[in-house]
Design a protein around this ligand. Structure first.
Ligand code: PLP
Length: 390
């Protein structure tokens, strides 16, 4: 008997590298190993590959290749955007605006700028669905505001923020606007002109590309202090020998994701709705977290009362189902998610949240398998809870 395939429902944490992406990358680990800065033929071949990848990414973002910076990951891109703008514009002011539902790559960077370096940061509230109100952004702007950073699509609850509207306000007030689009790639438009953004973060491993490579889009004219000095790579904004294979992989994966975006989003939305409706109709005392319609097609985040998310996770794992409790980046800590708390979810309910994020390889059978085992798991765990009365 063959081993049962794992039903992987953790695509917000990471994805498998697409076979076509591996194929595109392999030569740059082998015979095309040149350093993109070398003048000889091997170097020129590597440079050409990086240039082509930059052009591919730029076309999808509807910007100039000159505005694309390759980095080592989404976290680095977020750090570079925030620190880079804050330090460069220090003389104009010391106030940044962000939301209370950011990924830690943004929120912890803002907190450090505040605590260690004396900047002032406003953390905007969100509504019960995790949405920032653009009017709150407008109200928070002061004469000293030098940066606004708001996540595009939330990594925990999947809520999509009104980025174009916020961008319009930022543009009118002359303030650089960054968005973390790590979870949006492959699901939402990345057109930086439509989004009205000046800086945008991407990470290869969230859209079937390799880990350890990211992008920061920087609109021409946006002043940014580089965080890594050295050989002057990436227009002097991010020194370090280019990860040629990774960059080729990221661009190939982004192109594939963009080509499939609409069709795959429709398919995943149907699967997600089947999953959510199935769980909500078969289990009592549980709720969908995040916005009912303004959410990522693949994200189902459900909070269960009278049970810990960790317990459900372990039980699902024993059934060969891989999910996550809130955000993968905070596993290991049993603290309630800051995103759920910001949405006004009670801590004891937030601790019972499970994030299931669908992807390419998931089918209706996968969803039905989850629906088959889920009610029993929750029932067994609740039977152990002194607070639960069926
Ligand atoms: N931003 C968001 C919204 C994310 O979901 C993640 C990863 O989980 C990151 C940033 C960090 O990206 P990376 O893993 O490439 O550092």
């Amino acid at each position: 008997m063959g081993e049962r395939r794992v039903v992987y429902l953790d695509h917000a944490a990471t994805t498998a590298v697409h076979p076509q992406v591996i194929e595109a990358m392999l030569p740059y680990y082998g015979e095309r190993y040149g350093n993109a800065s070398s003048v000889h033929s091997l170097g020129r071949e590597a440079r050409q590959a990086v240039d082509n990848a930059r052009a591919t990414v730029a076309e999808i973002l509807n910007c100039s290749p000159r505005e694309i910076i390759f980095t080592s990951c989404g976290t680095e891109s977020d750090n570079l955007a925030i620190r880079g703008v804050c330090w460069m514009r220090r003389r104009q002011g010391d106030h940044a605006i962000t939301s209370s539902v950011e990924h830690h790559a943004v929120s912890h960077t803002c907190e450090q700028m505040e605590r260690q370096f004396g900047f002032e940061v406003t953390y905007l509230p969100v509504d019960e669905y995790g949405r920032v109100d653009p009017a709150d952004v407008e109200r928070a702007i002061a004469d000293t505001t030098i940066l606004i950073s708001i996540i595009y699509a939330n990594n925990e609850v999947g809520t999509v923020e009104p980025i174009a509207e916020i961008g319009e306000i930022a543009r009118r007030r002359g303030i650089p606007f960054h968005t973390d689009a790590v979870q949006a790639a492959g699901a939402l438009s990345l057109d930086v002109q439509e989004l009205n953004v000046d800086l945008l973060t991407l990470s290869g491993h969230k859209f079937y590309g390799p880990k350890g490579v990211g992008v920061l889009y920087v609109r021409e004219g946006t002043e940014l202090l580089c965080s890594q000095t050295g050989g002057g790579h990436e227009w002097g904004l991010r020194s370090g020998t280019e990860n040629v294979a990774g960059i080729v992989g990221l661009a190939t994966a982004l192109k594939l994701a963009e080509e499939r975006r609409e069709k795959e989003s429709r398919r995943l939305t149907a699967l997600r709705d089947r999953l959510v409706e199935g769980v909500l109709s078969s289990i009592d005392h549980c709720w969908l977290l995040g916005h009912p319609s303004q959410r990522l097609p693949n994200n189902a985040n459900i909070a269960f009362e009278y049970v810990e998310g960790e317990g459900i996770l372990l039980a699902l794992d024993m059934e060969g189902i891989a999910a996550s409790s809130g955000s993968a980046c905070s596993t290991g800590s049993s603290d309630a998610s800051h995103v759920a708390l910001a949405m006004g979810v009670k801590p004891e309910v937030a601790r019972g949240a499970i994030r299931m994020t669908l992807g390419h390889e998931n089918t209706e059978e996968d969803v039905d398998r989850v629906l088959e085992v889920f009610p029993g798991i929750v029932q067994r765990l609740r039977a152990m809870s002194p607070l639960y009365e069926a």
